[in-house]
Design a protein. Structure first.
Length: 335
């Protein structure tokens, strides 16, 4: 480039401007493009819509550590609880689409816009999908000293005592809440929903017997079940979980037609650069194949997943369609 510039200046001094301009234009066109900044070159924030202490937060932190190891940069979990993840969702939506703010999202991402007019976003178009991480059943649990030893007994007593039983959740619209509402709907029960700000928030009240029951994620509840602090009556998926094969499914235990699972994945603001999405997707897929990461998820009761950005977006679209029908039947759509 230096030699071309020198020759172009000589042409300019001699009055041959057209030749000089043509030479400089050709030089610029053929010059190598400047190197793009390496991504990530500063800490990446993973937003979580719930309080610390629950299974969502725990897996997000494990994922952050693994992505940080793989990409050579810090991945920091940032908790923004409230409104069933809407606060975290809107924060992510407003963030720069540069790959430095990501969202570890869950089922509420697709159900909130169906349930609440205040959730003004479209899961199909307003974010960038990166990949699914896991799915997991929830589990119906009661305190260890509860009189209820099985689901049939719980349903029979609840029908005799409308409005007297309650269930705790990690927030309105969460999978923990929807699991309870679906249970009440199919069982014909009138139960009171008590929302908290996260699964970690209601566990002490549940263990103490101040709540009748709850439907936490299996990874959250499993240590307390094994420790004898909670009694499990059934997992929410149609089949038993490999992490807890002794716990029957709710359908198997006495409530036909019951089937519910939750899922988690990584998304970002709309319009993220394709090369950043590709870097994150590659790191996520390799993390999902990491034996240590997979084993920790399996031990917690989760089913490790892994998907391309396109496949995850397709899954989100399918979930939106499925839950639209479910919420309409439960009369919980568009409040």
């Amino acid at each position: 480039m230096d030699q071309v510039e020198q020759q172009a200046r000589r042409y300019k001094r001699s009055g041959r401007w057209a030749v000089a301009i043509a030479m400089m234009a050709a030089a610029v066109a053929t010059a190598p493009a400047p190197a793009l900044a390496r991504y990530p070159d500063k800490p990446v924030h993973i937003v979580v819509g719930f309080t610390p202490g629950g299974s969502t937060d725990a897996v997000a932190r494990l994922l952050a550590a693994k992505l940080g190891e793989r990409l050579g940069q810090s991945f920091v979990v940032e908790n923004k609880p409230g409104a069933n993840g809407n606060i975290a969702t809107e924060y992510t939506q407003r963030s720069p689409a540069d790959g430095y703010t990501l969202y570890y999202t869950s089922i509420g991402f697709v159900t909130n816009p169906l349930m609440y007019k205040s959730a003004r976003y479209d899961p199909a178009h307003d974010f960038t999908a990166i990949g699914q991480v896991m799915s997991a059943p929830n589990v119906l649990v009661v305190p260890a000293n509860s009189p209820y030893r099985d689901i049939r007994q719980l349903i029979a007593d609840g029908r005799k005592r409308p409005g007297e039983l309650n269930f705790a959740s990690s927030g309105t619209g969460t999978s923990v809440h929807l699991s309870g509402e679906l249970f009440a709907s199919l069982a014909g029960l009138d139960v009171v929903h008590i929302p908290y700000k996260g699964s970690g928030s209601f566990m002490s009240d549940l263990i103490a017997g101040r709540m009748t029951m709850a439907f936490p994620n299996l990874p959250t509840a499993l240590p307390l079940i094994k420790g004898g602090q909670l009694r499990a009556l059934g997992v929410t998926t149609r089949t038993r979980s490999g992490a807890a094969p002794d716990i029957p499914s709710i359908e198997e235990a006495g409530l036909p037609g019951y089937d519910m699972s939750t899922w988690y994945g990584l998304i970002g603001p709309k319009g993220m650069p394709p090369e950043v999405v590709a870097t994150l997707s590659d790191a996520l897929l390799k993390t999902m194949d990491d034996p240590d990461f997979k084993e920790k998820l399996l031990q917690s009761g989760a089913d490790p997943k892994g998907s391309t950005p396109a496949a995850f977006q397709q899954f989100i679209n399918q979930q939106t369609t499925a839950w639209k029908g479910v919420l309409a039947r439960m009369k919980m759509e568009g409040n």
